[in-house]
Ligand binder design. Structure first.
Ligand code: CA
Length: 715
């Protein structure tokens, strides 16, 4: 553990902010009150929790910055996070202090008026854990209560820090470190509990989330999202019902998935905690759950009593999930006029492409319409509450091209809700993907275990003439009307970066839009009103707050991990930063360094073609989930084709010896033999000399032709 306090200490604004309890009360009341577009009271000035309120609308009533003033926005300050991997955190702003996280679960506190660092805490996560992170060593932020900041770390700890100093108060282990669990989500505080889940379903884990005592970190309850066996004994009664939806010969050793890696919301009035659960492990349904079954509680929304973890209702978005269609996406609690009466609803736009409106008191499905092209299901039947699946989308026995792709129609990038306009602003992606079942699958603990035939997929991808995968897709900002269940407006972005969104009382929507840009849109009609050239891409959701009468917009910039494939990274570095703007801001945008163009450092190895083929096969099985299809690097991992002479000299020591573990490249000696390591090297050099990367070619298509038309996709 390491804590450092800035030498300068940082000037704090002497703000007479109310304490957290008042924040909670104030924001909860606000959520039920009409929007005041003129003057925000004090409780509205901060960003005290992940979605700003427990209802997670990600709407702030602050209105100093509006369509008339937004052109005067200038940078107020910047802070370099010292990281070059993906940044996904929502900053919290409490009593003038901004708390956020960078990659490797590092936490920092800044003066929210100046950007001056107050403290920084590095939990010193063992770097080998990068092997267990499907989508980068990212972190989506902290929770705050009782003068403490709470963070989940990539190696599975939940840590409480003193908010003034960053010193640990308590730390508890929430997952077994040797198992491929990770924590990337932000904890949530409900009453006297800290709630945290975890991820890892791609590798084969059993999903659960836990509640810890806020004062000492002791476990209060744990809810498993899938059963551990058919017969039990089951840890809690909800699993008895779940076990009925799994065949006896299910692949229990794979853990079955259902991880809770991101979304939660809380309704203080109903006293219900809402949790979204993740995809299956393994994806391939016949391998996982032979003969079918709904497989509860995969891809579900759960409503629970926070004090006991008792399940009150559930809704499964994708019964028998087999396409990586998590329901871990952001949930918003709102009150809507629904056919003449006010309904308390829960809104979610999960990966599967349908926008769900649920009665959050009972779990009744009120509406579900697709917001992107969806080929796995034609519609959702409101009578049964179930999707009407297309038989040809099942891929266990026959290859299938399906929309959306595993990254989803909407991933973790938060959406936002403007209660006055009644619109939800969703970062969406159109995509399609080849699901190819592996004929010789066996569960391999700790490795990628989706049941897909990656060597065959990789081979298919190398034939770019038959382009069948669209990882960047068509990225849009969609304003969705949840009552009419249709798009109110949409904006098409040129590159595949779905940034999180923020809606404000100034009737603006803020979003990172790719190409190194950050923009403000008119929340009513989508007109782009203001653009800032940041230089690197933004995935994280912006927040807003007000100090000494000035409104700020703040966001973390830096890409990598899931959706880490961004055009700008080919040209620029990815030095992470926090940026804050205000009206009349005069600070200088931190520069972005151009990347030197690297040359291939070695001639191809003199090996027979079988060795290169073998290298491709092992690469597809072990390396490509991080290093990318076509070797171009996945986001921020190095482009192996331009590996240096030194890297080639040390190839075996890196791949098998683990000499770059400290950089997040652990040893793979347990799964890659010396001969195979050499074959991978031969494959890499062969590709380096003979082919540009798939992604580069694909981005060329996207940029040159303003994305591939939707009509190209299969139905
Ligand atoms: Ca997943």
């Amino acid at each position: 553990m390491r804590v450092s306090a800035s030498s300068s200490g940082g000037k704090r604004s002497p703000l007479p902010f109310p304490r957290l309890a008042v924040f909670l009360l104030g924001t909860a009341i606000f959520a039920l009150a009409p929007v005041s577009a003129t003057r925000a009271d004090q409780a509205d000035e901060g960003w005290p929790m992940h979605g700003r309120t427990p209802l997670e609308e990600r709407f702030s009533p602050l209105s100093q910055i509006d369509r008339n003033t937004v052109h005067d926005l200038g940078l107020a300050w910047s802070y370099m996070t010292g990281s070059d991997r993906g940044l996904e955190a929502t900053p919290l702003v409490i009593e003038g202090i901004l708390y956020a996280t960078a990659s490797w679960s590092v936490v920092f506190a800044l003066d929210a008026k100046t950007g001056q660092e107050i403290w920084r805490f590095d939990p010193e996560v063992p770097r080998w854990k990068a092997r267990h992170a499907c989508c980068g060593v990212v972190n989506r932020g902290v929770a705050f209560a009782k003068g403490r900041v709470y963070v989940g770390t990539i190696d599975g700890r939940l840590i409480a820090l003193d908010a003034k100093t960053g010193t640990p108060v308590w730390s508890t282990r929430t997952t077994e470190i040797g198992l491929p669990y990770t924590i990337t989500g932000a904890p949530r505080i409900v009453k006297n509990l800290v709630i945290i889940g975890n991820g890892g379903a791609e590798f084969g884990v059993r999903g659960y989330f836990s509640a810890y005592d806020i004062d000492d970190g002791k476990l209060v309850w744990r809810f498993y999202t899938v059963p551990g066996s058919k017969e039990g004994p089951h840890e809690h009664p909800e699993l008895v019902a779940a076990a009925r939806t799994w065949p006896r010969d299910s692949l229990w050793e794979a853990g079955l998935g259902g991880t809770v890696w991101d979304s939660m919301a809380y309704d203080p009035e109903l006293d219900l905690l809402y949790v979204g659960t993740g995809n299956s492990s393994v994806y391939d349904r016949e391998k996982r759950s032979p003969g079918g079954g709904d497989n509860l509680y995969l891809a579900s929304i759960l409503a629970l009593r926070p004090e006991t973890g008792e399940l009150v209702w559930y809704y499964q978005t994708t019964p028998g999930e087999e396409w990586d269609y998590t329901a871990t996406q952001h949930m918003i609690l709102a009150d809507l006029d629904w056919n003449g009466s006010t309904r308390k609803v829960l809104l979610q736009a999960p990966k599967n492409g349908f926008f769900y409106v649920l009665d959050r008191v009972t779990g009744e499905l009120l509406g579900a319409k697709n917001f992107v092209h969806t080929s796995w299901a034609s519609r959702v039947d409101l009578t049964t509450g179930r999707p009407v699946k297309r038989p040809e989308a099942h891929w266990s026995k026959k290859d299938a091209m399906v929309s959306p792709a595993p990254p989803g129609a909407h991933n973790w990038h938060p959406m936002s809700f403007h209660p006055g306009l009644g619109l939800v602003y969703i970062p969406t992606t159109e995509s399609v993907y080849s699901y190819l079942s592996s004929s010789d699958f066996r569960f391999r603990p700790g490795l990628w275990n989706t049941g897909e035939d990656f060597p065959r997929l990789h081979e298919e991808l190398e034939d770019f003439g038959a382009i069948r995968y669209l990882p960047c897709g068509l990225t849009r900002l969609v304003a969705w009307d949840p009552i009419r269940q249709e798009k109110a407006w949409e904006v098409l972005h040129r590159t595949g970066v779905p940034g999180g969104t923020l809606a404000t009382g100034g009737n603006l929507v803020f979003q990172g839009i790719g190409e190194g840009l950050f923009a403000a849109f008119d929340a009513a009609n989508g007109q782009r009103l203001w653009t800032s050239r940041v230089g690197i891409d933004i995935m994280a959701p912006p927040v807003t707050y007000q100090i000494d009468g000035e409104q700020y917009i703040a966001v973390l910039a830096g890409v990598g991990g899931s959706h880490g494939n961004h055009q700008t990274r080919f040209e620029h570095d990815n030095a992470g930063r926090v940026l804050a703007w205000k009206l009349g801001g005069k600070a200088t945008m931190p520069p972005v360094r151009r990347r030197p163009i690297r040359k291939v450092a070695r001639p191809p190895l003199d090996v027979p073609p079988e060795t290169i083929r073998r290298g491709r096969e092992v690469y597809a099985e072990v390396c490509f989930t991080c290093h990318g299809m076509g070797l171009e690097g996945s986001g921020v991992y190095p482009d192996l084709r331009t590996a240096s002479a030194r890297t080639h000299d040390q190839w075996d020591a890196i791949v098998r010896g683990g000499i770059r573990t400290h950089k997040g490249m652990p040893s793979f000696a347990d799964v890659v033999s010396a001969e195979d390591a050499r074959a991978i090297q031969a494959y890499v050099l062969d590709r380096a000399w003979h082919e540009p990367g798939i992604l580069e070619r694909m981005l060329g298509v996207v940029v040159d032709h303003a994305c591939i038309p939707v009509s190209w996709m299969t139905d």
